[in-house]
Each structure stands twice: as structure tokens, then as C-alpha cells.
Design a protein around this ligand. Structure first.
Ligand SMILES: CC(C)(COP(=O)(O)OP(=O)(O)OC[C@H]1O[C@@H](n2cnc3c(N)ncnc32)[C@H](O)[C@@H]1OP(=O)(O)O)[C@@H](O)C(=O)NCCC(=O)NCCS
Length: 200
């Protein structure tokens, strides 16, 4: 498996401690030592197959906030092959997120110029998913940071307005990554965050 954007080069930032002055900040014991790898699914058929396998689960999660996604989830359950052409696009970067060598989730990054990427933006987080059993362990946050480091530039991320957990997640992950220097506003029928990575 070819791995890119290995977490090894990424400095770990402790959580903000808010008003708990005097309390040692940081993630729960066991999380800080977890290895996060980003696996390029384009060059790994087993990993792109895995994304196809869990995609309906992701769409079903989103359907809680927008029932249209049930239709999409049903379609991908019946015809998982329909993802192939999309995954082979030069401007789409499908990544499997592995935590301690276990596939925990995936991200699909879309690069300009590609339909749906806003003017002036280099990269859009097209899809982002952490499997339920791996959630709330800081894996999504660390994977997002590793992805931003791997693809420096102007970024945008959008969420369904009713997907409050995702909005809270992205505000937290991007807020920590940028030190609060990001734009966050409704944009049409989605909530949108945009920012520039430090290396860009
Ligand atoms: C949203 C999602 C990616 C979060 O992944 P995760 O690995 O659980 O996130 P993390 O553990 O890194 O969370 C980092 C911070 O984000 C916030 N956060 C994460 N999940 C949250 C939730 N369900 N409710 C409120 N805040 C949340 C918290 O501030 C959290 O820090 P804390 O756990 O110390 O309080 C995951 O829940 C998911 O895949 N959901 C379904 C698909 C989806 O909605 N994807 C996003 C599409 S835009």
C-alpha cells in the first residue's frame, strides 16, 4: 500500500484547555500515540474497494440530515462500480484514513479546476467520513490536519446546515489548525468554512 502524507511529519497540537487552567491539556490517554496514515486509494484497489464498500454507510449517515441521501445510498448499494469513473479523475484525490493500520474512514479531496470548487479555491473537502466505532477519538481532526498539510493552498469545506455534529467538528478542527483564522458563513444551502494553509 502506498501511503502519503504520513502523520510522522505532523506536529501534534494539544487541545485548548479553555477555563481549566492548571489542567494538563491533551487528548485522552492512548490517542496521542495512535498512528494516522493517509493511503492513496487511487493506487490501491483494495483501498478504493473499501471506500466503495463503506460509501453507502456514509450516505446513510448524511440522510439523517437530508433524506435525498437515502436514494444515493440505495443506488451505491446496488451499483458500487459507478464510483470508478469518478475515482479515476485526475483532480479527485481519494484517501483512506488509517488509525494504527486499521481503516477508520476516508476523505475525497477535489482539486481546482473541478466542478463544484469555488473560484479562488484550490481544494475542497468533497467527502469526509470516520466510521462510528472510531469517532470522538481525535482521528478525524488529526486526519484533516494531515490532509491540509499534504495539500497546501486555499481550502473550502461545506456541510449540510442540519448536520450540526459535522459543523461543530469542522469549526473545531479548522479553528485549531488555523489558530482561528478562517471564514465561516452560510453559502447558499450549505454552511461553508474557508481558509489558507500556512504553507500556501
Ligand atoms: C464528523 C466526523 C467526521 C467527526 O469525526 P471524529 O473522528 O469523530 O472527530 P474528532 O474525534 O476528531 O473530533 C474533534 C472535535 O470535533 C468536535 N466534534 C466531533 N464530533 C462531534 C459531534 N458528534 N458533536 C459535536 N462536536 C463534535 C468536537 O469538538 C471534537 O473534540 P472533542 O471530542 O475533544 O470534544 C464523524 O462524526 C463522521 O464521519 N460523521 C458522519 C459523516 C459526516 O457528517 N461527515 C462530514 C461531512 S461534512
Amino acid at each position: 500500500m502506498e501511503k502519503i502524507g504520513l502523520d510522522g511529519g505532523q506536529s501534534f497540537r494539544p487541545l485548548s484547555i479553555g477555563s481549566d487552567a492548571g489542567v494538563t491539556p491533551g487528548p485522552p490517554v492512548g490517542v496521542i500515540s495512535m498512528t494516522i496514515d493517509l493511503i492513496d486509494a487511487k493506487t490501491s484497489p483494495r483501498d478504493s474497494d473499501w471506500i466503495k464498500q463503506v460509501l453507502p454507510q456514509y450516505l446513510t449517515d448524511l440522510a439523517v440530515f437530508d433524506p435525498d441521501y437515502f436514494r444515493l445510498a440505495a443506488r451505491y448499494r446496488k451499483a458500487p462500480d459507478s464510483l470508478d469513473s469518478w475515482l479515476s479523475q485526475i483532480h479527485v484525490h481519494p484517501l483512506v484514513i488509517a488509525a494504527d493500520q486499521q481503516r477508520a474512514g476516508f476523505a475525497l479531496i477535489v482539486q481546482a479546476p473541478f466542478p463544484g470548487v469555488s473560484r479562488g479555491v484550490d481544494y475542497r473537502m468533497g467527502e469526509f467520513f470516520i466510521q462510528p466505532k472510531y469517532r470522538r477519538r481525535g482521528i478525524g481532526r488529526r486526519a484533516a490536519w494531515a490532509i491540509f498539510n499534504r495539500f497546501p493552498g486555499v481550502w473550502e469545506v461545506t456541510e449540510l446546515p442540519k448536520n450540526e455534529p459535522a459543523i461543530a467538528f469542522w469549526r473545531s478542527a479548522i479553528g485549531e489548525y488555523t489558530g482561528g483564522d478562517f471564514h465561516d458563513a452560510p453559502a447558499g444551502d450549505v454552511q461553508r468554512q474557508s481558509f489558507r494553509t500556512a504553507g500556501a
